[in-house]
Ligand binder design. Structure first.
Ligand code: F6R
Length: 241
């Protein structure tokens, strides 16, 4: 595990963008696993900038997003699909058929989850998975629990996650209580993983995930088992390491 401690959010984002850009340059048809949330916003801004400057080509890149709220249409401003279009997908030359976003409105969710796994396998597996971390140690929406699921599945969000994510909604009552997410197995099968975290609120989760025992109570702790993971955190998120 490589751990890099950045001065601040901007440096974390710059280092992350350099790593993703390197992946895209080394393999022009890379399969990228992508996260939403505040953490990767700076990374996506820099990738868009690199594309606009002619330094990156996404025309053969394939993307799979980690998760989505159940019940939110892609047109809903708080859906993760909307976030991805706003921050990255609409601003680079990704082909629409190469973009995969979990369908929060799928009629048959089990069938959707199975298909999503099959699509990832058919694409050759994820080359680089970008992750943020919840303050409760979740990755994707794999929430702390007495067991974790392997493949893409639906999940009930914890109170802590609903509370943490309410900052994006008008009120806590509007936050969906369920989501669809890649499983721990889906994430751990990625060839490379890039975990990002910034700010004091993530310091405990980062310490527990990287330095503590592996436990389903801190899903990110399973990342310690991965062979090729780079962690880029700012000073505040690293403050308990
Ligand atoms: C989002 C995701 C989540 C977030 C995590 C941190 O697609 O999978 O695990 O990465 O909740 O969110 P932020 O970055 O908003 O603190």
């Amino acid at each position: 595990m490589k751990i890099r401690i950045a001065e601040d959010y901007d440096q974390m984002s710059t280092w992350a963008a350099e790593l993703v850009a390197q992946q895209i340059k080394e393999k022009h048809n890379s399969v990228l696993g992508l996260a939403t949330g505040s953490t990767p916003e700076g990374l996506y801004r820099l990738l868009v900038q690199m594309y606009q400057e002619g330094k990156l080509d996404f025309s053969h890149i394939i993307t799979f997003n980690l998760d989505e709220y159940l019940g939110l249409a892609p047109t809903h401003p708080q859906s993760y699909a909307y976030f991805m279009h706003q921050h990255l997908l609409d601003h680079v030359n990704l082909k629409p058929e190469n973009i995969h976003l979990p369908d929060g409105l799928a009629q048959d969710l089990d069938a959707f989850c199975q298909k999503y796994e099959e699509q990832i396998i058919a694409a050759g597996g994820i080359d680089l998975q970008v992750l943020g971390i919840g303050r409760n140690g979740h990755i994707g929406f794999n929430e702390p629990h007495h067991y974790l699921s392997v493949g893409t599945h639906t999940v009930r969000l914890t109170e802590d996650t609903i509370e943490a994510n309410s900052r994006f909604f008008n009120s806590k009552d509007e936050v969906p209580h369920q989501a669809v997410t890649m499983g721990m197995g889906t994430i751990l099968k990625a060839k490379k993983i890039l975990l990002l975290a910034n700010g004091k609120t993530k310091a405990k989760a980062i310490k527990d995930a990287l330095c503590g025992r592996i436990t389903t109570r801190i899903p990110a702790s399973f990342l310690q088992l991965h062979r090729d993971i780079t962690v880029i955190v700012d000073k505040e998120a690293a403050s308990l390491l």
